[in-house]
Ligand binder design. Structure first.
Ligand code: EPU
Length: 434
């Protein structure tokens, strides 16, 4: 890699083994959970990605003691102080995680200063659910251009219903409710495995949380939480990314750390498209069933549906399938912008405003290009492309691996936000990095 650019000579199949560690969409939140206690905490199996730097930086800015040894983190927040604009200035606009500091900091200090959010530009990504939930707990919310200012003398349990089962808003409610006065009931909650793992961690820390089958989560507030020793779940989004890369290149890759249970929906679609997998104790091996890939119809959805973050590398498989596939994105309104670069590389992809699937989603008739029709198989050829967001970035890497000739991929920093040592892993699997 030169600077922020990676050049790949396509046409080689990926072979070998890759290790996937702690989930990007889970472990930074477990680090935030340490704010709920003065006891020391230990988190194992983290990934070295940007959110680690951001969350540990924010905890240090509060006076916390954070020690990172390879893939384990020790956290001691016994002597932290309240946040100020100055302490969090450098974290403004860089990640989605900082807003989750809100409940724990208000519980501890009666106030919080929270930098406004960044993250991938894949839709408008408002935080209205978060702020409305905090108000239900009795928190006053003010804001300026770069920060939210929150205050409450205490957090009071609340009855909240989300209009959409947002992962972040569910986590916001969990963090605010565990030390709140009384009971909190959250209806239409997210139940993604990353959320369930966070619930398990909070239970270890002393919380009382029950999850009903109808997306209702009930939290009985407790007076005190204690420290934890926790091993982070594997990143199921990264596992799916390598699975697609293996099959798109007609290769054979063992993903160490992959867990079948978190990936049932992905594995079904993967098999339908012509991928095969062998489940082993230590991970999953991905390869093709026979030479040919089949087209299919896919709709992204909240858990237990097909994850929106699995969609982008999967689309590369569909460009190589024999026939017409349809993908309906129902989680984010603007998550197909990345396909224009694939068209430039030779893919046949058309975007539509209609809901092309069995579900009518929130984005139909609102002028969002949120359905894609992909005709295959198409030969891809190398190109110079620039990564627009994290998951699209990995799909560009897969497209470059499949393409004939050399591709130059710019803005690799975005990919590194969610994939540890991507270049080393690609080289280890035999990719030809120029
Ligand atoms: N939404 C609102 N208002 C809110 C919050 C969400 O309208 O206050 C909407 C969003 O605009 C979106 C939908 O609800 O249309 C779902 O958003 P959600 O809150 O569930 O997403 P998130 O918590 O911001 C996490 C992951 C995303 C992943 C989604 C869905 C993290 C840090 N990010 O985002 O991961 O796509 O859940 O599973 O946990 C990625 O890894 O590339 C990524 C984008």
């Amino acid at each position: 890699m030169i600077g922020d650019t990676l050049s790949i000579q396509g046409g080689r199949s990926l072979q070998g083994e890759v290790t996937v560690r702690g989930a990007k969409n889970n472990f930074p939140k477990s680090l935030v959970a340490a704010l709920l206690t003065s006891d020391p905490c230990r988190l194992r199996n983290i990934s070295q990605i940007e959110d680690l730097e951001i969350v540990s930086g924010m905890l240090r800015a509060l006076g916390g003691d954070i020690t990172i040894h390879d893939h384990d983190v020790e956290i001691s927040l016994a002597k932290i102080h309240s946040a100020t604009k100055e302490s969090f200035q450098e974290f403004s606009g860089r990640s989605r995680i900082p807003i989750l500091f809100a409940g724990p900091l208000v519980a501890r200090f009666g106030e919080a200063v929270i930098p406004k959010l960044g993250g991938c530009r894949i839709g408008s990504r408002p935080v209205d659910f978060h702020l409305a939930a905090l108000r239900e707990f009795g928190v006053s919310v003010e804001e300026d251009e770069s920060f939210y200012f929150l205050k409450a003398s205490k957090l009071c349990g609340a009855k909240i219903k989300l209009s959409y089962p947002s992962v972040g808003a569910t986590e916001q409610v969990l963090f605010s409710a565990v030390l709140a006065d009384g009971v909190t009931e959250l209806a239409n909650a997210a139940v993604e495995p990353e959320v369930m793992d966070l619930i398990a961690l909070l239970q270890k820390m002393g919380a009382i949380i029950s999850v009903d089958t109808d997306r209702v989560i009930t939290i009985v507030g407790v007076k005190k939480m204690r420290g934890y020793d926790h091993t982070v779940m594997t990143d199921r989004l990264e596992v799916a990314s390598w699975a697609c890369a293996a099959v798109a290149t007609n290769g054979d890759v063992f993903v160490r750390g992959a867990r079948q249970l978190d990936m049932i929906t992905f594995l079904n679609k993967f098999r339908q498209v012509g991928g095969e997998f062998d489940i082993e104790e230590a991970g999953i091996r991905f390869h093709r069933a026979n030479g040919v890939l089949q087209p299919l119809i896919l709709e992204t959805d909240v858990h237990p549906g097909f994850m929106t973050d699995w969609q982008q590398p999967f689309v590369i498989l569909l460009t190589q399938a024999e026939g017409v596939s349809v993908v309906h994105e129902t989680v984010y309104e603007n998550r197909f912008g990345y396909t224009s670069a694939l068209v430039q590389m030779g893919a046949h992809i058309q975007l539509h405003r209609e809901c092309l699937g069995s579900k009518k989603c929130r984005f139909g008739r609102r002028n969002h290009l949120h359905s894609a029709v992909i005709s295959g198989p198409t030969k891809l050829h190398g190109a110079e492309i620039e990564i627009p967001d994290l998951r699209a970035g990995f799909s560009y890497v897969v497209a470059a691996l499949v393409a004939e000739g050399k591709s130059t991929i710019k803005n690799m920093a975005t990919i590194k936000r969610g994939y540890e040592d991507i270049e080393g892993k690609l080289r280890g699997l035999g990719a030809q990095i120029v």
